[in-house]
Design a protein around this ligand. Structure first.
Ligand code: GLA
Length: 400
């Protein structure tokens, strides 16, 4: 279990500049004349900006109110998140011409997310990813979880999983952010301990979406928390993600068996279609005959992030050539599941009537390794009373 005692802050000096998004427009939003001369379309948007957090009713679920929180920064980047499932509903960022698009799959209404079999946009837990045979042993006691993925438990089980419960939601004071809190009761979905969880989304003026996770328990338990947004940097619903280019900062991955459970090996990516140590088109090798690609139906694996120490480390960088959008993912976690939406099958219709077909979005789920409770050699996911689990993941948006 990675416990980060001090959390790194993010480029406070970058406030109110556009430099992250607009390399040819190194100006502050206040330099109106220069912006008009060089960045017309962007100013049209920036003049309407209302930086901060807006909150509005978004419906009810199980009789409880659900609110949509809109985070807006000085550059006009906007993030919508709701307290149902901690779901990131929209992320609106400019392309290299300043044109805004929503780059995450999702729905315009709460109803669209009920149910949500692909876990679109959601916080996943108590245990993100798979636990083999829905069972693990802790302090000599065996726990049995509901199975929802063949023989496995996936993303916490079936009942009160984090993607489909109503959290408490509160705008942060003095920051463009929102905190979601939830108490998962002892025994929920078979997991031991009352687990108090907090997930915070903060949008910085340097176009970073910072996600902080925290959890405490009153009995020894296991925890693995992640975020399941499907990104398409060309804009949601515009097509598949095969032309995106991705670099994954990992020399090894955890190969899986036919049930997508890690075998325990940490295998070098070198010489395999999972080698993304240099930026490569997602589609270049996605239908290769390599056994891991066949087992994953494409990419659906955990990469072991190259890291020195416990701090925020670059996990992946994604570039979409037509829009110029770039997304960098940094994390304090040891792993990242790169999932290419292989199970999207056109049965989900999302925003603006867009049908989400196979590989229309990609996920970068920062996490501890799948099935860690059954792999004593993997970084531990055990959380004990008196300890606080903390992790941080940053999605940074820019253009090139
Ligand atoms: C994760 C899994 C995938 C799939 C999706 C949800 O990313 O690794 O195999 O189950 O969630 O559809």
């Amino acid at each position: 279990m990675k416990r980060v005692s001090s959390v790194r802050r993010h480029e406070p000096g970058a406030r109110s500049t556009l430099s992250g998004m607009m390399p040819r427009c190194l100006v502050t939003v206040h330099v109106t004349a220069l912006v008009l001369a060089t960045c017309g379309p962007l100013l049209a948007q920036s003049s309407k900006h209302n930086p901060g957090v807006q909150q509005k009713a978004f419906g009810t679920q199980g009789g409880r109110p659900v609110n949509l929180f809109t985070l807006t920064n000085v550059n006009g980047v906007e993030v919508d998140a709701m307290n149902y499932g901690g779901i990131l509903v929209s992320i609106r960022v400019p392309d290299r011409k300043g044109q805004i698009a929503d780059i995450v799959l999702g729905h315009e209404t709460l109803d669209g997310y009920i149910p949500n079999p692909p876990y679109i946009g959601a916080v996943v837990g108590r245990y993100a990813n798979r636990i083999a045979n829905g069972t693990f042993t802790l302090d000599g006691k065996t726990y049995t979880l509901p199975k929802n993925d063949g023989p496995n438990t996936l993303h916490g089980g079936v009942d009160k999983t984090f993607n489909k419960v109503v959290w408490e939601g509160e705008a942060l004071k003095g920051k463009t952010g929102v905190a979601f809190t939830y108490l998962s009761k002892d025994g929920d979905d078979g997991f031991p301990g009352n687990l108090k969880v907090k997930v915070t989304y903060t949008l910085t003026d340097s176009n970073q979406l910072v996600i902080d996770y925290e959890a405490t328990t009153d009995k020894t338990t296991v925890v693995n928390l992640s975020q399941h947004s499907y990104f398409n940097l060309a804009g949601e619903g515009t097509g598949d993600i095969l032309n995106h280019e991705i670099m994954i900062n990992a020399d090894r991955f955890t190969p899986v068996d036919k049930n997508l459970i890690p075998t325990g090996e940490l295998r070098p990516v070198k010489g395999t279609p999972l080698d993304f140590t240099t930026s490569t088109r997602v589609g270049a090798r996605i239908d290769d005959s390599y056994d891991q690609i066949i087992l994953g139906h494409g990419y659906d694996h955990n990469w072991v992030i190259n890291r020195k120490g416990d701090g925020l480390t670059l996990a992946a960088r994604v570039y979409e050539p037509t829009s110029g959008r770039v997304m960098e993912v940094s994390t304090t976690q040891p792993g990242v599941q790169f999932y290419t939406g292989n199970f999207l099958d056109g049965t989900v219709t999302g925003k603006h009537g867009h049908v989400y077909k196979r590989r229309f979005g990609l996920c970068l789920e920062t996490q501890h390794f799948p099935d860690s409770p059954n792999h004593p050699d993997f970084p531990s996911t055990t959380l004990k009373p008196g300890e606080t689990f903390k992790s941080e993941t940053v999605f940074k948006f820019s253009v090139k």
